[in-house]
Design a binder for this molecule. Sequence first.
Ligand code: FAD
Ligand code: NAD
Length: 498
Amino acid sequence: QVPLKPGRSLMDWIRLTKSGKDLTGLKGRLSEVTEDELAKHNKKEDCWICIRGFVYNVTPYMEYHPGGEDELMKAAGTDGTDLFDQVHRWVNYESMLKECLVGRMAVKPVTAPKEISSTLSEEKKQLNGVLPEKVLGASAKDLTPSYDWFQTDSLITIVVYTKQKDMNAELVIVDCEDKRLRAEIIVDDHSYLVEVDLDHAVQEDVAVSIAEKVRKVEIILKKKDKIHWRMLGQPLESHNTFIKRTDRGLFYRKCKLVSKKEVTHDTKLFCLMLPKSTHLRVPMGQHVYLKQIIAGTEVVKPYTPVLPFLPLDFKEPSCHDDAHIYLMIKIYSCGLFTQALDHLQIGDYISVSSPEGNLKKSQIQTSEELFLLAAGTGFTPMVKLLNFTLTEVSCLRTVKLIFFNKTEDDIFWRNQLEQLALKDERFEVQFILSQPTKDWMGKQGKISSALLSEFVKRSRRDSKVLICICGPTPFTEQGVQYLKDLGYSQEEIHAFTA
Ligand code: FAD
Ligand code: NAD
């Protein structure tokens, strides 16, 4: 991120797009753009970019781009889809750039190579004349799941046969709304989808059962009426496809805000309830995207679910279950998204995406010493990590949280963290403040090589160490560099990013 000039915030951009100003310079005319034509528009004052087959004039957006003009210019006059996907695939550019739309790329006829999976629709193969990344390699094809279904008087059972070792409930995401069933199964970095418009209506609750040994997933639906179904339903666009997870668009479901509690002066714990017809568990280290319509534009931001409290603290009522998602969110006084979030009332709905993230459980299960470096809300991924390591990982000898905040008042769950350290001798916590008051007796400063060499130390030369780091981008980037300078390898460091 780069500092933006005053008057160039996302809200200012939204206002400009609503002002009726001609942002493409084409008076609303849409055209077919050839590659040659696109390539001509490669200057800051005349910059077109293609994303997924659609061409946008991004010149008016230059000064509003949070990543800076130079980043945007990297894709000037070209297909920027890959670059866009690498940096922020989740940003809803269709909505944000709709007033900048110049037109579609002219479609070139293509011949599909042999290895294209037969499960991809013709339309997908031809999309904007460029072959999608959805072409499967041989290894992915070997893992392709398949499905079948059967019925009793009252139930419909869909069985997905996967070839996935360690199949578990976190790898299955099911949504069923108004006869539309969408069941996604995650297999390594691929996603298999059963997506149909069901033959008949079903009841709200959906059950998922996993037979781990035979790598089989069962999705059980209750018929609304006890009638015989002739078929499961009409296949929808992405039905029976097996593609890279990152190529699947984000899927959202509406969740109800059921409570909102203060954590600190500016941070709240939001509890969202998933629909009964959704089966979704957010794995440790992963985040979801929230989507809200702000001033008529869809805005999306990532958040990392936490638990309602830390492990070993049994004082709170136990409401920790799969039906709720807890989010610890800092409300910024000038924040576009968090201000809108803070205005949600109990009972209001908000769109929540399926989870994403790349922390592997095995990275933690094989560690003997875990160091967690968290700054501000960068604490959020550490909550599930702490719960998992302290309750399920037997080889871990120490877990050390080094928590950076501005002031004492900004520290989340200080009391709980201190209690946890007293209760579990493997766990240690250190608070470091960057703007302490005179009374602060603890450590102060920002992340530095000196601080890290003091707090992140192997207790044995051959110890298996994992260091997880999360916070503002400069904090994470500097931290990773210092750790590398101190001799930690890439494999020993996990940085949380979007
Ligand atoms: P914005 O409108 O983006 O602004 C935030 C603050 O920064 C404001 O004070 C604004 O004035 C200032 N600002 C914004 N852009 C600039 C700029 N370019 N130059 C100078 N100042 C600027 N947050 C949480 O609270 N909890 C979480 O669990 C969480 N999880 C996350 C997970 C991931 C993977 C990532 C990437 C981020 C996560 N975040 C989390 C941060 C979250 O996504 C939002 O960025 C945050 O809520 C701020 O959004 P906003 O629209 O309210 O603020
Ligand atoms: P904050 O402004 O309260 O700062 C907390 C601490 O971070 C400071 O005390 C300081 O020690 C450190 N810090 C802040 N700016 C720094 C800088 N420029 N260089 C070095 N250190 C710095 O933090 P906040 O408002 O709670 O913000 C937390 C950040 O964490 C957000 O940017 C959010 O996007 C990010 N976050 C990322 C993820 C993720 O990627 N998975 C998850 C949660 C939060």
